[in-house]
Write a new protein. Structure first.
Lengths: 289, 297
């Protein structure tokens, strides 16, 4: 609903301010990126009233499918293109060109009364993987009582079509791995809401959602390594182990107005919007190297 | 008669014919719609079902976005029937008890008021029921010792509340359809009111009561929004009432929005739609058969 509304507003504002020919660019895909793209297209439209960028969500898969069908100029994706999609693109003579527009940190959340100090990826795998054996907090050496004398881990996840789900799966349980019995929520906020009322719950989602009874966990990639908290700075410095690139895909090298827009988006002003939208800019993060 | 017809203007005759055709079409439209709906769901889903049916009914893991994907629906079916079964355990005693009270014990005025209230209960949108599941039942179950309040029992409680109005209304109708002579005969034989209800009215109205329960089942199987919000959405075969589950309907609702149109996942969800359609179709068919049996006796 929101996305339709946004594109409508974009069209209306364009009609009001433009004179002469307008160029319409289509941008479609990930719901993680949709707000970022809407903000970018609004700002860009202020600078270039002759360019209208219509932004639509629908998920990363939908965006890439649209690029392959030729119904969008830019596909937004919170994951990299899959080999299967590459093949489909090749069959349709589409050459997906990948651009990293921003970075997004993933955080692992637990209840504030949960004493777990740090977690590493092996422990996360032990909790979340189908073959994992960590079903109780005591399996991780954490003593807690979730009421009723049990300390069973309540494993929260995301819906299987979300980019966040896909990213977490690849990093934690592996590309071919499967999740164990997770409670699948339809947004990071819902994950936080369940954690806030269930002491023994663990969940993952975008950065910056910690509040009230839910806190994030300091993460390290390997056991024994120094852990890092999910902050913009830590992602910028590449210290935080759990960040993912957000992609824009075009068919071949971007041309004409698409190229100009993407240059703007990767430039100072575009990246400022990235930071304002709660993501980590690519610029500063490459400078930080 | 035939003389009359000849004297009427031709336009009037044609108009009447046209109206007759329109009324016929209206009568058949329900059949047309049901065929069209099944055709639509079937067109997207049957192809998938025909190639994946063995995997669907032998696996429990549902990972439609993985590569290779799993399309096992056993856990989803278990989730659906688990919620519906638990909800019946709650709604049947309360619903039929309420129907008995309304039809046999309540004074006329109380009956009228209660019937209106029960019908109001039926008018509450399912998303509001889902909200009640999340905001009220959820903390209640946690206070009772559930680790997570969003679970199969929560879904069952919400479903029970949603199907109650149907059970009460239809159950009451069935009981009131029993002729008064039965009641008089029972009373004359010296039966207490309770004995009359239990030994005479319930057996006499059993088909109608069964229809009420079956239609309640059909309603519960197809309910989507409330179970999506209340059940915790976890694909698994439940072993405890506090286990979170995921139903067929919730899966379609949660995943269809972002499934790529025409892709395997999209078709799989339509396949689930076909299965759901078949389940509710048979439940309603059995209810209809039961009702017909009722009329013939």
């Amino acid at each position: 609903m929101n996305r339709i509304l946004f594109s409508c507003i974009l069209f209306l504002s364009a009609c009001g301010s433009s004179h002469g020919d307008r160029t319409l660019l289509q941008s479609k895909g990930s719901d993680t990126i949709v707000m970022l793209m809407v903000r970018m297209s609004e700002s860009y439209n202020r600078e270039r009233p002759d360019i209208v960028i219509a932004v639509n969500g629908g998920g990363s898969g939908t965006g890439i499918k649209s690029l392959i069908d030729g119904t969008t100029d830019i596909a937004n994706a919170s994951r990299a293109i899959k080999p299967r999609e590459q093949k489909m693109a090749a069959d349709n003579h589409v050459v997906p060109n990948e651009i990293v527009i921003a970075y997004d940190g993933l955080a692992v959340y637990v209840h504030k009364d949960n004493p777990v100090p740090t977690l590493d990826f092996d422990q996360l795998k032990c909790i979340y993987s189908e073959d994992g054996t960590c079903n109780h907090w005591s399996d991780l050496g954490i003593k807690m009582d979730c009421g009723g004398g049990t300390d069973e881990i309540i494993k929260l996840g995301r819906q299987n079509n979300s980019g966040t789900y896909e990213h977490f799966r690849e990093e934690v349980v592996g590309k071919k791995g499967k999740f164990t019995n997770t409670l699948d929520q339809s947004g990071t906020q819902q994950v936080i809401d369940v954690i806030a009322t269930s002491k023994c719950a663990i969940g993952y989602g975008g950065m910056g959602f910690a509040h009230g009874n839910a806190r994030y966990v300091c993460l390290s990639k390997k056991p024994g390594e120094a852990c890092s908290e999910p902050t913009t700075q830590a992602v910028l410095d590449k210290k935080y182990p759990f960040s993912r690139p957000l992609y824009l895909y075009t068919n071949g090298e971007p041309q004409g107005e698409t190229k100009k827009f993407l240059e703007w988006a990767l430039g100072e002003e575009g990246q400022k919007i990235v930071l304002e939208s709660g993501f980590v800019p690519v610029h500063l993060s490459t400078e930080g190297k | 008669m035939s003389i009359h017809r000849r004297t009427r203007p031709a336009a009037s005759v044609y108009a009447e014919k046209a109206i007759e055709v329109v009324i016929h079409l209206c009568g058949y439209s329900a059949i047309l719609f049901i065929i069209a709906i099944f055709g639509f769901i079937g067109r997207e889903g049957i192809g998938f079902l025909s190639t994946h049916i063995v995997g669907m009914f032998t696996q429990t893991s549902w990972n439609p976005t993985h590569d290779p994907a799993d399309f096992g629906i056993l856990a989803l079916l278990a989730g659906t029937f688990w919620c519906v079964g638990l909800s019946l355990l709650i709604s049947v005693p309360i619903g039929l008890g309420s129907a008995v009270y309304l039809s046999e014990f309540a004074p006329e005025r109380t009956r009228e008021i209660l019937k209106i209230v029960v019908e109001l209960l039926a008018a509450i949108p399912s998303v509001v029921w889902g909200f009640i599941g999340v905001m009220i039942v959820n903390p209640m179950l946690q206070a009772l010792g559930a680790q997570v309040g969003l679970n199969g029992l929560n879904g069952a409680i919400v479903l029970a509340l949603m199907t109650l109005p149907l059970l009460v209304s239809l159950g009451e109708d069935a009981l009131r359809a029993v002729p008064d002579s039965y009641r008089q005969a029972a009373t004359a034989m010296g039966a207490t009111r309770w004995e009359m209800v239990w030994r005479v009215l319930m057996p006499a109205a059993r088909r109608g009561l069964l229809v009420a329960v079956l239609l309640g089942v059909g309603r519960a199987v197809g309910e989507t929004m409330a179970v999506l919000m209340a059940t915790g959405n976890s694909v698994r075969i439940p072993t405890s009432v506090y286990d979170p589950v995921r139903t067929l309907t919730a899966t379609i609702a949660a995943e269809l929005g972002e499934a790529v149109r025409g892709g395997e996942h999209y078709q799989a969800l339509f396949g689930l739609g076909v299965i759901l359609f078949i389940i509710t179709f048979f439940v309603n068919l059995i209810a209809e058969w039961t009702l017909r049996g009722n009329r013939s006796t």
